[in-house]
Design a protein around this ligand. Structure first.
Ligand code: 3AM
Length: 439
């Protein structure tokens, strides 16, 4: 009822909300205005965080593929205004020794969620030579289409910016289809490698719960990654603007777990599951995005060891440098579950070092007000957030959990996504969880 009232008030205020164009345009104007307002509370994702510095060094063995991970520093990564992770390349350690841990962080002191990667090399065993930037560029040239995207797509309009570059909407001239184009600068170190990996994972793994890859192009010093456009924004946007009901959390959980179940069945670990990387459509579809840090497992290498991800969402076994598998994504999704309940991941105000200690030693993160949630939801989160990987449920098992099986169809999310967009337009600046909440 409260939600209906809030939505009604918002509707009254958002006279300009008539169709997608105005929603989209005004949303970004409103954001720019709100972020420039001196009294505006920072969105949760922009709370200051001490630079993510991983002091420990990775130790252990890993096969030579890991050398590629060593250089993995997400170009992606969320450097949009709402999730200002900044990514710097991981430093390769001297050959034959463990690789130095490297923050992918930190050039921004206001960076909140810090996507970073470290890697262990093949300590003691033969270490393969890492590919050079030129070799990655050559691979990229082989993957992309040779057509001229500037002729194929028109009406480019920027919808997001980040350290990697920008995201635009565009229209495919021949079909009139709206697409999203991620323009990734290739000037940053390691960006070519990450682009190769992102294209490969997206191209080879098509599923209804993964953002669909359409094509890619090299344009001057940029990679243009064309993908389906998700007109509902990210789950992070929804979490920031609204308070989600349990039924809505259940639908998002089912859809994300279906995406993860698909990826894991293909031996792919996403490694950067967080609300920023879950995109929504107004029809209620929910899809996983941003595959730049994904890892392909093989029969020879069924575990990974590189410390990759975004601090608050990273699984304990990553912090403790154990070999890990697909269940790191389940832990991260459990943290997304807490985000959906509480509006932010646990330990948000702590430094990354403290977060690492708390996650590796603190057990399953606690909800602030557990009694406000149903036993099913609490149990679901408990199953996702088992610190012991063996006791943590896999995606397939979680899809059978009663909290998930009770979820309604995806179309039930449409009012929530629309309400979030309307609230974005009419956002007030009262203190609290950023903006208006539907309580
Ligand atoms: O700045 P915000 O968080 O609103 O959600 C992504 C982010 O938006 C959005 O682009 C911004 C920078 O990453 N984005 C990324 N891929 C998208 C897609 N396929 C997308 N929006 C719609 N469709």
């Amino acid at each position: 009822m409260d939600r209906v009232c809030a939505a009604a008030v918002c509707t009254a205020f958002s006279v300009a909300y008539s169709g997608y164009f105005f929603t989209h345009l005004a949303r970004h104007i409103a954001r720019a205005w709100r972020e420039s307002a001196p009294w505006s509370p920072k969105p949760t994702s922009e709370l200051p965080l001490a630079a993510c510095v991983a002091e420990e060094e990775a130790k252990g063995e890993e096969d030579a593929h890991q050398a590629a991970d060593a250089a993995t520093a997400g170009p992606e990564h969320p450097a949009s205004s709402s999730s200002a992770s900044v990514v710097a390349p991981a430093r390769a350690a001297a050959a034959g020794s463990e690789e130095a841990a490297s923050p992918q962080a930190g050039s921004s002191s206001t960076s909140s969620s810090c996507t970073w990667s470290t890697s262990s090399s093949s300590g003691g065993t033969e270490q393969l030579r890492e590919r050079t930037e030129d070799e990655w560029l050559a691979m990229l040239r082989m993957l992309v289409s040779k057509e001229d995207p500037e002729a194929k797509y028109t009406d480019l309009e920027i919808i997001g910016k980040g350290g990697f570059g920008t995201v635009c909407t565009a229209v495919e001239t021949a079909t009139g289809e709206e697409v999203a184009i991620k323009k990734i600068s290739l000037l940053q170190e390691s960006s070519k490698e990450l682009c190769v990996k992102e294209i490969q994972v997206m191209r080879d793994n098509k599923d209804g719960n993964l953002v669909n890859y359409i094509d890619s192009y090299l344009v001057h010093e940029e990679l243009w990654l064309v993908m389906e456009y998700m007109d509902g924004g990210s789950l992070h946007d929804v979490i920031r603007e609204t308070r989600m009901a349990e039924g809505e959390i259940a639908v998002v959980s089912r859809e994300c777990l279906q995406g993860l179940d698909f990826l894991h069945s293909k031996q792919v670990i996403h490694r950067d599951i967080k609300s920023h990387n879950i995109l929504l459509s107004l029809d209620g579809s929910v899809k996983l995005a941003d595959f730049g840090l994904a890892a392909q497992l093989t029969a020879e290498q069924s575990k990974r060891r590189s410390a990759v991800g975004t601090t608050y969402w990273m699984a304990p076994e990553i912090f403790t440098r154990k070999p890990y598998g697909p269940k790191v994504d389940i832990w991260s999704f459990g943290i997304v579950g807490i985000e959906m309940v509480e509006g932010a991941p646990p330990y948000l105000m702590k430094t990354s070092r403290t977060v690492g200690q708390l996650i590796s030693t603190g057990g399953t993160p606690k909800l602030q007000n557990p009694r406000q949630q149903s036993p099913w939801l609490r149990d679901f989160l408990r199953c996702c957030l088992q610190t012991d990987e063996d006791r943590r449920w896999c995606a397939q098992e979680l899809l059978q959990h009663p909290f998930v099986t009770s979820a309604k169809p995806t179309s039930s999310l449409t009012p929530l996504i629309m309400a979030a967009q309307q609230l974005w337009l009419t956002a007030d600046t009262s203190p609290g969880r950023g903006h208006c909440c539907l309580l």
